[in-house]
Design a protein around this ligand. Structure first.
Ligand code: UD1
Length: 402
């Protein structure tokens, strides 16, 4: 049985890592060599900066990719087309029986599309496609990820679902029930595996967020990278206006995604808001601060998995427009304020710690202050977010193959 897994962008790495570990465990436990799995990892290179990619390979003990496509950035069409051309060549050489794609990024869509149309021989044989994190829907087709999710789900053979809303969405869209499997969340498998190790991170000391008495300074952590928030000047200004006000109340730490960093530069955000950052110069395009300052928005460079998990676990509150962080904060029982009008992960609201506040300045401020003052933060762990999702996925794939 030959399986090829695809990663491309930052949120893919933690979703694939536990599947690779499960395959390794399977291979070391089987006696019959006929059921050994030959696994190969393909990295499309959608994310290529060390801090967006390599850092995750070392933090998560991921094996070096067997194949690196090096596609880099570009428009959606260019990036997807480049991935498709190169992935087709790989499939024709490797001829895997299963292709695993995860999440909703352009690499997910491009590789599943190639796998769905390829023909290994004159009989039209092709690999089966397994989509991990299937069924999520924001019902907002202006999000590139929503298009990626819908198309990937409808051409996949195994749909591995993380939360009950996903089961309902797929059934409503007419996906045959036998393709749908509720298995839980592999990103949460990773979080549970690495939670203890993240306590060894030095990031709280590096940012001087620890007092001499060993108590942690209260802080809010924010991440932002959705095009609808950062590419739109009006939304971006509303969000920075809100952050400036929140920073008067509590220290704000903001690891900045490369897309957001370009916009901060383009919109000259530094000159408009009270932020702590060394001025960006042509020679240094990386964000840098000497020391976290109170009452400021402290911009720092993007972080690796363990450092970010350490910050997230110790934050008073997390503000985000990411999908995965809504889930991770629910698992960690840390309040999360989502700067979006919708979420494809409703379980984080109904059972977890998430609140949707939209993108208007005052609504963001009110949502954050309310959540900061709430004394009873409750989070029920969503069903099957128990660290065993990758095992369930492998089990289904093996049963099918046998
Ligand atoms: C992509 C995903 C998004 C995911 C996000 C996580 C799509 C459509 N979007 O968005 O779903 O939530 O990753 O981070 O697939 N860049 C760098 N270095 C890198 C990678 C990107 O500087 O290593 C810069 C480039 O200027 C690039 C921009 O970031 O143009 C955006 O990168 P891209 O992969 O197109 O989309 P993301 O915004 O990262």
């Amino acid at each position: 049985m030959k399986i090829l897994s695809v990663v491309g962008a930052r949120p893919n790495f933690m979703k694939v890592a536990p599947i690779i570990s499960a395959i390794k465990r399977h291979n070391s436990s089987v006696k019959d060599s006929k059921i050994l799995i030959n696994h190969k990892l393909v990295h499309t290179g959608q994310h290529y900066d060390g801090i967006m990619s390599d850092a995750f390979f070392s933090d998560l003990n991921l094996p070096k990719p067997d194949m690196y496509l090096g596609v880099g950035s570009g428009s959606h069409a260019l990036q997807s087309a480049e991935i498709m051309k190169k992935f087709e060549e790989i499939l024709l050489i490797e001829k895997p029986s299963i292709v695993i794609v995860v999440g909703d990024v352009n690499s997910t869509l491009a590789c599943s599309l190639v796998a769905s149309k390829i023909s290994y021989d004159s009989c039209g044989n092709r690999p089966l496609i397994a989509h991990v994190e299937a069924g999520l829907r924001s019902f907002d087709r202006t999000m590139p990820e929503e298009i990626n999710r819908i198309v990937t789900d409808h051409i996949s053979d195994f749909l591995f679902v993380t939360e009950e809303s996903g089961m309902k969405n797929l059934k409503n869209e007419g996906v045959p029930e036998e393709k749908i499997h509720f298995v839980g969340n592999t990103m949460i498998d990773t979080l549970l595996t690495f939670k203890d190790k993240s306590k060894e991170s030095k990031i709280l000391w590096d940012l001087r967020l620890i007092h001499k008495t060993n108590t942690i300074k209260p802080f809010v952590l924010i991440t932002l990278h959705r095009p609808s928030n950062v590419d739109n000047k009006n939304s971006f200004s509303h969000i920075f206006g809100a952050l400036e006000r929140i920073a008067h109340q509590i220290t704000v730490i903001f690891p900045v995604h490369p897309r957001t960093q370009s916009q901060i530069k383009n919109l000259e955000i530094e000159s408009h808001y009270d932020i702590n950052i060394k001025p960006l110069t042509n020679s240094s395009n990386r964000l840098h601060i000497d020391q976290v300052r109170e009452k400021k928005i402290n911009l720092i460079k993007p972080l690796g998995y363990l450092d970010f998990l350490s910050l997230m676990s110790n934050a008073k509150l997390v503000m985000t427009d990411s999908g995965g962080i809504q889930e991770e904060t629910t698992c960690l029982c840390i309040p999360c304020v989502t700067i979006r009008k919708n979420t494809e992960r409703p379980v984080t609201i109904t059972q977890g710690t998430n609140t949707l506040v939209g993108t208007e300045r005052d609504k963001i401020i009110n949502g954050v202050l309310e959540a900061l003052h709430c004394k009873n933060i409750k989070s029920n762990q969503p069903p099957l977010w128990d660290g065993k999702s990758a095992e369930r996925i492998l089990d289904k794939l093996l049963k099918y193959h046998v």
